[in-house]
Design a protein around this ligand. Structure first.
Ligand code: C2E
Ligand code: CA
Ligand code: CA
Ligand code: CA
Length: 274
């Protein structure tokens, strides 16, 4: 018998949804935007050298009227099952650009982009609309792409991303080291930034072999001219180790979890208070 996800919120959290629930969530998601159930939280990113905030990653939150909080691991895949993710992605870009334009101290804001948004060819138009409406300089926007089918697409995808990068927008490869071999893609696509998956950080300080992997990733990344960002940094020893290895930036509960937009004041962000 399938889990009743209302009694078993862990099933929702893990995204193990039966087809009926998937369909209901997809239908609810379509109205969630209109009903104001979707919001964005922002997690700070800091420079390891001096602990200053360099920016923040936008992360979607859904407060469902009946089910309560539904995690992105459950509803993003549902949205990605249709063109809903394209509209949702456009909405996220406009929200984030507007929030960032009003907060010049925030630095660069990062937005997660789905493969389908790229494949639909909607992305460049969505980005330009968000920048034009908000007045946000292109240099203050970063797009985070995960290892997906889209990245295996042909030269059009690479050209589209190169045009965005040439506009000044940062392009990050997200979840690097989480599974698939992505070293080839690093050269083929015009990334500016590499985000190391938290699974590479979780067991640090760890053993000599863990450090050897990190050194190799550091050397590869810097040889390719990439900014190296570690995700899931939770403990001071991890921060110190990554700083010692020469990683550029970090993100994680140690510096602060995702917070609502109103909490993005200089006093509450690492290193920004006068
Ligand atoms: P992600 O892009 O890898 O985002 C990082 C996830 O790690 C976030 O989970 C964040 O809350 C969590 N995290 C932050 N600090 C720590 C830490 O110190 N330790 C650990 N263990 N985890 C940490 P969240 O918010 O649940 O988001 C899950 C995923 O949903 C994201 O993974 C991203 O792939 C997707 N997502 C979220 N918002 C959007 C969006 O607007 N568009 C798209 N396409 N995907 C999104
Ligand atoms: Ca991300
Ligand atoms: Ca990630
Ligand atoms: Ca501060």
């Amino acid at each position: 018998m399938p889990l009743n996800p209302i009694r078993h919120p862990m099933a929702i959290a893990a995204g193990q949804l039966d087809r009926g629930l998937r369909r209901r969530l997809a239908a609810d998601l379509r109205t969630a935007l209109v009903r104001g159930e979707l919001t964005l939280h922002y997690q700070p990113r800091v420079r390891l050298r001096d602990g200053e905030t360099t920016g923040a990653e936008a992360l979607l939150r859904w407060h469902h009227a009946r089910r309560g909080s539904v995690p992105p691991a459950a509803f993003i895949p549902v949205a990605e099952g249709s063109d809903l993710i394209v509209a949702l992605g456009g909405w996220v870009l406009r929200q984030v650009a507007t929030a960032a334009a009003a907060r010049p101290w925030l630095g660069r804001v990062s937005v997660n982009v789905s493969a389908r948004q790229i494949l639909s060819r909607a992305l460049p138009g969505q980005v330009e609309a968000a920048l034009a409406e908000s007045g946000l300089p292109a240099e203050r926007l970063e797009l985070e792409l995960t290892e997906t089918l889209a990245l295996q697409e042909g030269p059009e995808v690479a050209a589209m991303l190169a045009r965005l990068r040439d506009r000044g927008i940062a392009i990050a490869l997200d979840d690097f080291g989480s599974g698939y071999a992505s070293i080839g893609r690093l050269r083929r696509l015009p990334f500016t930034t590499l985000k190391l998956d938290h699974s590479l950080i979780a067991y640090l300080p760890g053993q000599a072999a863990d450090l050897a992997v990190l050194r190799a990733v550091r050397d590869l990344g810097h040889a390719l001219g990439l900014r190296l960002v570690a995700e899931g940094v939770e403990r001071p020893e991890q921060r110190d180790l990554l700083a010692g290895l020469g990683f550029d930036e970090a993100q994680g509960y140690l510096f602060g979890g995702p917070v609502p937009v109103d909490a993005l004041v200089p006093d509450a962000l690492p290193g920004l208070a006068p």
